[in-house]
Design a protein around this ligand. Structure first.
Ligand code: SF4
Ligand code: SF4
Length: 455
C-alpha cells in the first residue's frame, strides 16, 4: 500500500489502489481543489504534526492527508483507510502555523470531515460511541446532571477503589478514559444574568458559559466574570444559551453546528453587547468562524458576520482593553500551555503571557515543544485513548521539567488531559485557567489560593 516515495519528501504516488465505487466527495462543500493545490509538498509541517511524531507515516502527516484529499477530488472512493487517516488528525492546526505556503489545512480538514460524516458508514460500535458523545457533550444541562453522581463517586472514595481493581480500563476503556479525565468537582453557584462593571464601565460583554466549562469548571466561569467586572466590563450571561457548536463543527457535523450557532446568535444579538467573550479556546476558534459556517444561510449570513466581529478570547479582550484593576503580588512559578485552538487557530500567544507577566512576583516559564498538542483535541482523546495518553505523557514530562508550581492554560480539555497525564507520571502540579490567576491577583488572595501548601 505504501510506495517507496513515502517519507522521502515526495508525495506518495499511490496509497489506496485503484478507484472502486463512488468518488470520495460530492458537490456539497468538498475540500477545495485550489487549497489542495497550494501545498507544495515541502514537508515543513511534518515535525509540527503530533500524529506524524507518533506514527512516522506519511499518510498521518498534514502533507499525506492533503494528498489523500487530492486523490478523493480526483475520483478515488472514500475507503476505510482514507477515513482512518482523516480521523487520526487531531485538528490541532499546528501544521497551519508551520506551513510557509499558507495552506488552509483547517478549512480542508473541516470540509473533508463533513463529507466523511455524510458519506462514510462507520462500524456499529463507532456509530454508537459517537452518538452517545454527541447526545451528551454539547448539552450543558445534561452534563450538569452528571455532577451529583460524579461528586459522590469522587468524595466517597469509590474512584480510588475502582482504580485499585484495575478492571475499568479492561471492561470499558472509553468510560475509563472519561473517568480519568474528569476533574475533581466543587460546588460553585452559577453566575447571575448580569454583573455590573466595577468603577467606570468600559464595555458591555456577552459571555459564553460553555458546556464542559459550565458543568465541570464553573469556578473558571466565576473567575472570568469577576475579572471582567474588575476591569470595567458589564457582563451579560443569558441563561439557556446552549452549545456554540465547536465540537460538532470540528467533527464534521456541520448541520448540527449551524443549529447551535443560530441559537447562540438569537440569544445574544439584541443584548447590546460590544464584545462576545469566550474563555475556552476550542469554542473561541469556532465562534470566530460563524461567518463561514452560516455564509450560505440568507437569514443568518450577515448576522453571523456581525456576531463574529464581536468575538474575543478573554485574554485577547483584556489585553485590548488594558488593565485598570490593581494586581496584587502572586509569588508563584507558572508554566503556560498554549491550547492549540488559542495559539494555532487564533494566533493568541502573546496576550495571555503579557497578562501573566503583569502580575507582580509571578515567574513565567516556557514549556518545551509548545507547538505539539497535549492530545486532548475535543473528543479525540475519548475516541483515541491510547495515542492521546502518549501525547499527554509527553506534554506532562515537558510541563514537569519546567519545575513550575502551577500549569496555566485556557481550555477545559487541556486542563483535564494534562491533569490526568501528570497524575499518571506520579507528579504534582496545580492547574488553573488564566482567569483564575488574574482573579487571585486582583483579589489579593495570595498563591495559596492556586497552589495548595501541601502541593
Ligand atoms: S491538524 Fe494537527 S494532527 Fe492534523 S495534520 Fe495538522 S498538525 Fe497533524
Ligand atoms: S502543508 Fe504547507 S508545510 Fe506542509 S507540505 Fe504542504 S506546503 Fe509544505
Amino acid at each position: 500500500m505504501v510506495d517507496s516515495t513515502w517519507g522521502t519528501g515526495e508525495p506518495p504516488r499511490d496509497v489506496l489502489g485503484p478507484a472502486v465505487g463512488e468518488p470520495a466527495f460530492d458537490h456539497d462543500h468538498p475540500p477545495r481543489a485550489e487549497q489542495v493545490a497550494d501545498c507544495v509538498h515541502c514537508g515543513f509541517c511534518l515535525p509540527a504534526c503530533p500524529t506524524y511524531a507518533l506514527w512516522g507515516a506519511e499518510a498521518d502527516s498534514p502533507r499525506g492527508r492533503i494528498y489523500l484529499m487530492g486523490q478523493g477530488l480526483g475520483g478515488e472512493p472514500l475507503s476505510d483507510s482514507m477515513v482512518r487517516h482523516f480521523d487520526r488528525c487531531l485538528g490541532c492546526m499546528s501544521c497551519v502555523t508551520a506551513c510557509p505556503s499558507g495552506v488552509r489545512y483547517d478549512r480542508l480538514i473541516e470540509d473533508t470531515r463533513a463529507q466523511v460524516e455524510r458519506r462514510h458508514r462507520r462500524s456499529p460500535r463507532e456509530r454508537a460511541l459517537r452518538a452517545a458523545i454527541f447526545a451528551l457533550f454539547p448539552y450543558p444541562r445534561r452534563l450538569r446532571l452528571l455532577r451529583a453522581p460524579l461528586r459522590a463517586y469522587q468524595s466517597l472514595g469509590l474512584q480510588r477503589l475502582v482504580a485499585r481493581t484495575g478492571l475499568l480500563p479492561r471492561l470499558a476503556p472509553t468510560l475509563a478514559t472519561l473517568e480519568a479525565l474528569a476533574p475533581r468537582l466543587r460546588g460553585v453557584p452559577r453566575p447571575p444574568r448580569r454583573v455590573r462593571a466595577r468603577g467606570t464601565r468600559r464595555a458591555v460583554v456577552g459571555m459564553l458559559t460553555g458546556c464542559v466549562q459550565s458543568a465541570f469548571f464553573p469556578d473558571v466561569n466565576a473567575a472570568t466574570v469577576r475579572v471582567l467586572a474588575a476591569e470595567g466590563c458589564e457582563v451579560l450571561i443569558p441563561p439557556g444559551q446552549g452549545c456554540c457548536g465547536a465540537l460538532s463543527v470540528h467533527n464534521g457535523r456541520r448541520d448540527e453546528a449551524q443549529r447551535f450557532a443560530r441559537r447562540l446568535i438569537d440569544t445574544f444579538e439584541h443584548t447590546g453587547m460590544d464584545y462576545f467573550v469566550v474563555n475556552a479556546a476550542g469554542c473561541g476558534s469556532s465562534l470566530k468562524e460563524y461567518d463561514e459556517l452560516l455564509a450560505d444561510d440568507p437569514a443568518y449570513a450577515s448576522r453571523a458576520a456581525a456576531f463574529t466581529a464581536k468575538v474575543r478570547d478573554l485574554a485577547e479582550l483584556l489585553h485590548e482593553l488594558g488593565p485598570v484593576a490593581e494586581r496584587h503580588p502572586l509569588p508563584v512559578t507558572v508554566a503556560y500551555h498554549d491550547a492549540c485552538h488559542l495559539g494555532h487557530a487564533q494566533g493568541i500567544r502573546a496576550q495571555p503571557r503579557a497578562l501573566l507577566r503583569g502580575i507582580p512576583g509571578l515567574d513565567l516559564r516556557e514549556i518545551a515543544d509548545p507547538e505539539i498538542c497535549c492530545g486532548s483535541a475535543g473528543i479525540w482523546n475519548v475516541l483515541n485513548p491510547a495515542p492521546a495518553a502518549e501525547l499527554g505523557d509527553r506534554k506532562a514530562a515537558n510541563v514537569l521539567a519546567t519545575g513550575a508550581d502551577l500549569l496555566v492554560t485556557a481550555n477545559p480539555g487541556c486542563l483535564m488531559q494534562v491533569a490526568a497525564a501528570v497524575q499518571r507520571h506520579g507528579g504534582t502540579i496545580a492547574l488553573a485557567h488564566t482567569a483564575q490567576v488574574l482573579d487571585a491577583s486582583i483579589r489579593g488572595l495570595g498563591s495559596a489560593a492556586l497552589v495548595p501548601p501541601n502541593g
